[in-house]
Design a protein around this ligand. Structure first.
Ligand code: FE
Length: 364
């Protein structure tokens, strides 16, 4: 496997780091790890390769790509970058692009790629059978590979279990001055807002947004882990966080303060009494005009296999996208939950509209 880091302007890089929040495995590799000059612009073009443009930066992903190489003899060449920079590169390369597969985190970013016209439709019985319909594009433009739930956590010593049950509750005046959530510039929140629009329609979703903003304990700041830390520190009583961040904090034996913060909060899977909890995905699609289209489909299918799912999802403490695969112990500890089955393309596509709405209602 070979790896390149796409050089991006510092401002873009910083924006991405902020968007991902805090330290941890979702950070991009340091630019100092970049290969020799020139390598970043020379993906392989032989037939036994697949060129992957990836905006997912988890160390364990490499294990999966390595295993794929061993099993198939197809070399995986990875060009890493943040989603926007990779899309810009694809646009610049146009029909000459060597890219075969584009991987991104969050349905909102997959939608941006879809809008940019980079994906080609794929039909695969394996992918259609394994991946639930709500977690892949209706026309096969992209496929979910891992999933994460956007959960609510609460201070165990100040909030009773059962006091907060839904995303809608976050806008209840009862929680005035007690809610913690990161900025609206974060794509996870844009997708959550998109899911609220899908559930309630625009006017009601905007009212919810206003109520949420009125309840904020502080100006939105930091990443998801920071919201958990702030609940533990007493800055607020409830917070919104992706499930894998909480699971990672529980498992962080090298960071006892994070483990203590995670132990101080309880977890709620919102909306179990109605539509279910908002889940988002990381996913991938085959690039239009991919020089190694069959290899890209083969890699996609491989990523939904049992071994690959265990590492690809489990390594980041995400849920497997394929039903029936066991989750890592930290997630098992959270218990089972019902998911909102609205298609990821729905809240992904309403992200821009959601962002404008968040602007209007004062979510910064
Ligand atoms: Fe993340």
């Amino acid at each position: 496997m070979t790896r390149s880091w796409l050089f991006v302007p510092l401002a873009l890089l910083l924006a991405f780091v902020t968007a991902c929040g805090g330290s941890g495995p979702s950070q991009p590799a340091s630019t100092s790890d970049a290969p020799e000059a020139g390598a970043a612009d020379s993906p392989q073009t032989e037939d036994s390769v697949v060129n992957v443009y990836s905006a997912r930066h988890y160390d364990t992903d490499d294990q999966v790509f390595g295993a794929f190489e061993e099993e198939t003899g197809i070399k995986v060449h990875i060009v890493e970058g943040d989603s926007a920079a990779l899309l810009e590169r694809l646009r610049r390369e146009g029909e000459e692009s060597p890219a075969d597969l584009f991987i991104a985190v969050d349905a909102g970013r997959l939608f941006h790629a879809e809008q940019a016209g980079i994906f080609d439709s794929v039909t695969s019985e394996i992918l259609e059978e394994r991946i639930p319909a709500s977690l892949r594009h209706p026309e096969g433009l992209w496929f979910g590979l891992t999933k994460r739930a956007r959960v609510i956590v609460y201070a165990k010593d100040r909030v009773e279990a059962g006091e907060i049950n839904t995303y809608e509750d976050l806008a209840d005046p009862k929680w005035q001055g007690r809610v913690l959530i990161r900025s609206s510039s974060n794509v996870y929140n844009q997708s959550l807002m998109g899911a609220m629009v899908a559930a309630h329609g625009e006017p009601a979703a905007e009212e919810w947004c206003k109520g949420l903003v009125a309840n904020l304990a502080r100006k939105p700041q930091g990443g998801d882990r920071d919201q958990v830390r702030a609940v533990a520190a007493g800055e607020g009583d409830v917070a919104v966080v992706n499930s894998y961040y909480l699971a990672q904090m529980i498992a962080a034996t090298d960071k006892p303060e994070d483990q203590a913060a995670a132990a101080a909060v309880g977890i709620v899977f919102p909306n179990q009494g109605d539509r279910g909890t908002h889940v988002n995905i990381s996913g991938a699609g085959v690039v239009r005009g991919a020089p190694h289209r069959q290899n890209a489909i083969r890699l996609l299918e491989y990523l939904t296999g049992a071994d690959a799912q265990a590492i690809f999802a489990g390594g980041n403490k995400e849920y497997a996208v394929v039903d029936g695969y066991a989750a890592v112990p930290e997630l098992e500890g959270f218990g089972e939950f019902q998911e909102d089955s609205v298609n990821a393309s729905v809240f992904g596509s309403s992200g821009q509209q959601a962002l404008r709405m968040m602007d209007r209602c004062g979510w910064r």
